[in-house]
Design a protein around this ligand. Structure first.
Ligand code: SF4
Length: 685
């Protein structure tokens, strides 16, 4: 038997685990552990273990498709690229660059994302480039950039095991980042205390020493009340505040309004519990905060993140091993897509487009007079702008807003009405079905490039097999369109050549070469020079702001935009599960993972279920102000009374038909984690 093992990176969550793909006769036939990999040391979660199962599905897209008379017709690459290039030029000339938008992808490589933002800014000359980080950690990037100067995980995954206390809020780490969950277990085995705050008593909460069940959307009240206890009991780190931070006085007045007794009726958490966890966090010696979308996906998401940061700065729990603020990024390359500048306000390396000096330096490197100098539209704003007739074309690479975005009925209306929609993907997704042109792309096993994991580790992806049919790597497709449009600067011959350009214009990546990345440890950014070892822990001596200081900002509690009322008496929150990934386009095509969980469900507390006459497994309607779905009820005490939970992976009972597209004012993050809803039992026939 002629088997070959190729070490590469898991295509799913942001942990960035190393896997060995098993190749036989030009096919990937399995996954084997990569024991030398520093993140997972040979261990994998179910998704990683079966990461090969979707690669050779016979429903992979293998040829370009052009919609004619409402039906997709196979086309040659020449025909498809010519059509896309000519339509882009036509729309650009007729309606102007700002009538065009591009969505990059948290699932494709850094090199492909870099080329996509270059395409938007140079070929289309539009500022409207975004991707679905907007829907997961846009508020982390905005909040931490404000307070620390850098919107990324401060410490490493391995470092989590060295904490003396883990304060875990709004992340179901054991399901969503299982190999980070392993480090939580290691920390616990070494004597660390574990505090988990979440409206659901999920499997992460079951590992906690103290479980805090607070109402969805009340994080600021909980965190401010913890800080009240810390200040009134003199537990803050006075030396750290004095030497490493500024504007501490500015938050005191707000914090002193938020006693634990004040927070108790808002959060549902007893005041004594709030005091206890505050003391534990402040006095452990090394406390690390882990958070994810329970904190970020709110209309007050940036406030939530700033509040988390205030707590860490106040206690000096940052810049040392075992401490830090750790936003756990959801998708394999969501950190990288942000780093590469697939955001409407920054080019790669978080260099602001409204900063004339930075932007012009960047434009000079690309040999163009200037780049769009205004902040473009975000994902939800693009959908709204289509409705308003302002956006005429949308080019989507590797994203599926028909499942991932809030208020799907509105998204569908927008995508059906945009003048020209191009979708580039590996499968015919719910979004691709609405496109005018579909372009077939290579999967993670069929290309080279780099992914940047949640801990800022930049890792090499290896090509194991060829793409199916005529599918191409995403960067090749984008470059072909740009060249057809007659735009210079897209003559790349390889992904490595693109990475060389990334290094030139992105200070955090300047010292990285593919040669340096060819070892399991790879490198953590920032890595400013080729002799720099990379930076596993951020902010050890100073913060990323020009004056080197961390900044406090006062934050006041605001309830979710929609709270339960007489018409919609329940609060809906959404989330993920271990067997499925994002919009399910890959995991639901993996036979093993699909077999584990076939469809969605709504979790409902037994008290609410009894009042409604709903039993386990009953079909119910869940209704919000934006839509309704039919779904099976899962009656469980794990969810708080008054709150219901739906995983968002399943299109046929899509939680996002119900969610609220109201936006965080700073990061434009929609409030995916809290909206008012009701349940209507469906009578049995
Ligand atoms: Fe893949 Fe994440 Fe599972 Fe690791 S923890 S195997 S990166 S899905």
């Amino acid at each position: 038997m002629n088997l070959k093992l190729v070490s590469t990176i898991c295509p799913y969550c942001g942990c960035g685990c190393g896997i060995n793909l098993v190749e036989k006769d030009g096919k990937v036939v399995g996954v084997e552990p990569w024991k030398r990999h520093p993140v997972n040391e040979g261990k994998l979660c179910p998704k990683g273990n079966f990461a090969h199962e979707f690669i050779h599905r016979n429903d992979r897209l293998t040829t370009p498709l052009i919609k004619k008379d409402g039906k997709f017709v196979p086309a040659s690459w020449d025909e498809a690229i010519s059509l896309v290039a000519s339509k882009f030029k036509e729309i650009n000339a007729q309606f102007g660059p700002e009538s065009m938008a591009c969505f990059a992808s948290a699932r494709v490589t850094n090199e492909e994302n870099f080329v996509m933002q270059k395409f938007a800014r140079v070929a289309l000359r539009t500022p409207n480039i975004d991707h679905c980080a907007r829907l997961c950690h846009g508020t982390s990037v905005a909040g931490l950039a404000k307070t620390l100067g850098s919107g990324a995980m401060t410490n490493t995954i391995k470092d989590i095991a060295d904490a003396k206390l883990l304060f875990i809020i709004g992340t179901n780490t054991f399901e969503d980042h299982p190999l980070i969950g392993r480090r939580i277990v290691q920390a616990k085995e070494r004597g660390a205390k574990i505090i988990v705050c979440d409206p659901r008593f999920n499997i992460t909460a079951k590992q906690a020493d103290i479980y805090v069940q607070h109402r969805s959307g009340t994080d600021v009240a909980l965190l401010n009340a913890m800080m009240y206890t810390i200040l009134t009991e003199g537990l803050e780190d006075k030396e750290f505040i004095k030497t490493r931070t500024k504007d501490f006085e500015a938050i005191k007045a707000e914090i002193m309004k938020c006693s634990p007794e004040w927070a108790e009726p808002i959060t549902g958490v007893p005041a004594d519990t709030i005091k206890k966890i505050a003391r534990m966090y402040a006095t452990s010696g090394a406390s690390a905060i882990l958070f994810s979308m329970g904190i970020t996906q709110h209309a007050c998401g940036t406030d939530n993140v700033v509040s988390v940061s205030n707590l860490a700065l106040m206690c000096g729990m940052i810049g040392r091993p075992g401490t830090g603020i750790n936003p756990l990024r959801g998708q394999n390359n969501v950190q990288g897509a942000c780093d590469m500048g697939c955001l409407p306000n920054v080019v790669s390396g978080y260099q602001a487009v409204i900063n004339d000096e930075l932007r012009k330096k960047y434009a000079a490197a690309w040999g163009v007079p200037d780049l769009p100098n205004k902040v473009g539209l975000t994902i939800v704003e693009v959908m709204n702008a289509i409705d308003e007739g302002k956006i005429k074309s949308l080019y989507i690479m590797g994203e599926n807003p028909m499942v991932s975005d809030p208020d799907i009925n509105h998204v569908k209306h927008a995508l059906q009405s945009v003048n020209f929609l191009v979708v580039q993907d590996i499968f015919m997704t719910e979004t691709a079905e609405l496109a005018h042109v579909v372009l077939p792309a290579a999967s993670f096993a069929e290309k080279e490039g780099t992914f940047t994991s949640t801990e800022r580790r930049v890792q090499l992806l290896k090509k194991v097999v060829s793409p199916p049919g005529e599918a191409k790597e995403d960067w090749e497709i984008i470059c072909a369109i740009a060249k057809k449009m007659g735009v210079a600067g897209f003559d790349f011959k390889s992904a490595e050549e693109i990475f060389e350009e990334v290094r030139k214009v992105t200070p955090q990546y300047a010292g990285m070469t593919w040669e340096r990345l060819r070892k399991p440890e790879a490198l953590h950014w920032p890595c400013p020079a080729t002799d720099h070892p990379g930076t596993p822990i951020l902010h050890t001596v100073k913060f990323t702001h020009p004056d080197g200081l961390g900044i406090f900002f006062p934050v006041s509690f605001k309830p979710p935009a929609e709270v339960p009322d007489a018409d919609y008496p329940l609060l809906l929150t959404t989330g993920r599960m271990i067997f499925h990934y994002h919009t399910g386009s890959m995991t639901r095509r993996s036979a093993t993972l699909d077999n584990e969980v076939k469809t969605g469900f709504v979790e409902i507390n037994p008290v609410d279920a009894k009042a409604l006459g709903v039993k386990m497994g009953d079909k119910v309607k869940v209704v919000s102000r934006r839509g309704e779905i039919e779904i099976s009820a899962k009656v469980t005490p794990n969810i708080m009374k008054g709150i219901i939970f739906i995983p968002f992976h399943f299109n046929e009972c899509s939680a996002n038909k119900l969610t609220n597209p109201v936006l965080d004012p700073f990061a434009k993050m929609p409030e995916l984690k809290a909206c008012a809803a009701k349940i209507i039992p469906i009578p049995k026939e």
